[in-house]
Design a protein around this ligand. Structure first.
Ligand SMILES: C[S@@+](CC[C@H](N)C(=O)[O-])C[C@H]1O[C@@H](n2cnc3c(N)ncnc32)[C@H](O)[C@@H]1O
Length: 227
């Protein structure tokens, strides 16, 4: 069954003295996710915001393999923000910025995004394993912000489990969905079509659905807004 984490570091796993947390799922899925990001972003330069970065391990891995990208990780959990910062310092990579505190319930994400101090003209936004472990308003905020901050032609890459046409793609996802909803009725594996419907008014069009290991998908939305 899929593993999900709301707060890393609460499971008794050792935490490095500098605050670096470790997510077991990272070790299983980072190469496949990185391959998708490389397909869309390799050789391109610009700002990419990662929302719900968790430990920060993905951010460091992507920044290392996509050196022309300036990577802006973010989260809303204080321990996660500390861990992201610690991974960033540990990596010594020049193209990863200090984490932003982005709560996706806010459609404008955070003050830095609205002001000159944050990344502008986003080449892409990346979000992994967030919208099914959060209320629907988080998906609404994600899409609203992406529509607002992505440059025309910019991409929203959304990784996780999804339903297709209202149906689960695997029994394990169905069981995962049930366990999520039991814990919180506002959570749950989302329908691709529902996300697509949400994205359209924000100027985001579903360009590709990439099949991923363990019955996950990456939805790739393109900003079709004409500035
Ligand atoms: C399952 S973890 C995924 C972490 C990471 N993206 C990964 O795939 O390893 C979900 C993350 O979403 C964050 N999160 C939950 N609600 C959020 C919200 N409203 N806005 C932004 N991040 C949120 C959590 O703090 C956590 O770091």
């Amino acid at each position: 069954m899929a593993e999900y984490v709301v707060e890393f570091g609460k499971d008794g796993r050792p935490v490095e003295p500098d605050g670096r947390l470790d997510a077991p799922a990272f070790h299983r899925n980072h190469q496949a996710i990185r391959a998708v990001l490389q397909r869309f972003l390799a050789g391109r330069a610009g700002n990419v915001v990662e929302v719900g970065s968790g430990t920060g391990q993905h951010a460091v891995d992507f920044a290392r393999h996509l050196p022309d990208i300036t990577w802006w990780p973010s989260d809303l959990n204080e321990q996660h923000l500390k861990s992201i910062n610690a991974w960033r310092a540990y990596s010594q990579l020049p193209n990863i910025r200090p984490p932003l505190r982005i709560d996706l319930s806010d459609p404008s994400w955070c003050p830095e995004m609205r002001e000159a101090s944050g990344p502008g003209d986003l080449l892409a936004a990346f979000c992994a394993n967030v919208i099914h472990i959060a209320p629907w308003r988080v998906a609404e905020g994600l899409v609203a912000g992406a529509g607002r901050y992505l440059r025309p032609g910019g991409l929203l890459l959304l990784y996780g489990p999804f339903k297709r046409g209202g149906k689960h793609t695997a029994e394990s996802n169905e069981a995962f969905d049930a366990s999520l909803r039991k814990g919180n009725p506002e959570w749950g594996v989302r329908d691709i079509e529902a996300v697509e419907e949400l994205a359209a008014p924000a100027g985001l069009s579903l360009a590709e659905i990439a099949e991923m290991p363990a019955n996950n998908l990456t939805l790739v939305f393109e900003c079709v807004r004409a500035d």
